[in-house]
Design a protein around this ligand. Sequence first.
Ligand SMILES: Cc1ncc(COP(=O)(O)O)c(C=O)c1O
Length: 374
Amino acid sequence: MRIADFALERYFARWEFAVEYLLCASDVEAYPMADLLRLADPEARRLWDDLRLGYTESTGHPLLRAEIAGLYERVEPDDVLVFAGAEEAIFCLMSTMLGPGDHAVVTWPGYQSLYEVGRAGGADITLHELHEADRCALDEERLIASLTPATKLVVVNAPHNPTGMLPTRAEWARLTDALSDRGIHLLADEVYRELEVDENDRLVAGADAYPRGISLGVMSKSYAMAGLRIGWLATRDRELLDRCARFKDYTTICSAAPSEILALIGLRARDRVLARSLRIVGDNLSALDDFFARRADRFAWVRPRGGSIGFPRLVGVGSVDDFSAALVNAQGVLLLPGSQFGHPGNHFRIGFGRENLPRALARLDAFLDGPRPS
Ligand SMILES: Cc1ncc(COP(=O)(O)O)c(C=O)c1O
């Protein structure tokens, strides 16, 4: 298989562990393992203490799948398949579902694997572009109009990376009804779910919406545990899930035994874990509101409706690529220019899941107030 480079991941490979301030990370400040173990209930603690480092069940630990199923209204443990992060789930699903002659529609700009894997497999991909002029809203009527008889899959990431877009419940219902009527699968990439700015805006999960809806979840973002590399697909379409399981035999076969138990502990204590994440992103979003209000001459800002990232635009002279390169050199603060999404609009991704965001913004302020390069 030949596949284009994953531009964003290559950019992070170069910079992530080399800079002081990662002002474009998408995950929430990593949860300390010692704190997590203190949240374990007696059963999970016993599983951890007695853990043996053998292969694990290829579909995922039964208790973990039960815990994941409990996140949804209409999902049974057998409707869940555990993967090494959301990324493996995307790779297996797209490889299983899409090939030559198939068509898929994917929200864009977006996480590259959501369209690149299907493209590499020979499928025809329509990118559903979100526009700043529409406050980055999903245009479900335009999306529905782009469906063709060959459309097998629609992919919507919400809350969205990188814009923070979240459809209204009414828009979501119109889209899921249209897809259900046409027998088209929906992959709802919900890795930022539960980080909605207003929890009343939380959408019906993809797996709950209709039988061909698929939810993609992960421990990395809202649950602040990217290092576990535990993600999952949940869908009532068991035949599809079975095909994904057969594909996974060629990738990781099964999950890491310690990670499964730690994910179980994290999900069983999810109220505490999420409260911490919501506090961090809530405080940081307020700091960003202040920053962008003060700096309205330099940045256009569509406030995210959920998640831990947004997609502001640099206004005035200069390209955001040059701006970002100068900023990281001068102040050790990393932004992610829109060009890494293949997006031409002088936008950049800003992440607000890290606790050092106020210090990173102070550095950005200093940079903006400093001498301009001649
Ligand atoms: C929208 C989206 N989907 C999937 C992923 C992959 O998640 P993970 O790295 O935890 O596998 C990411 C990671 O940034 C993402 O932003």
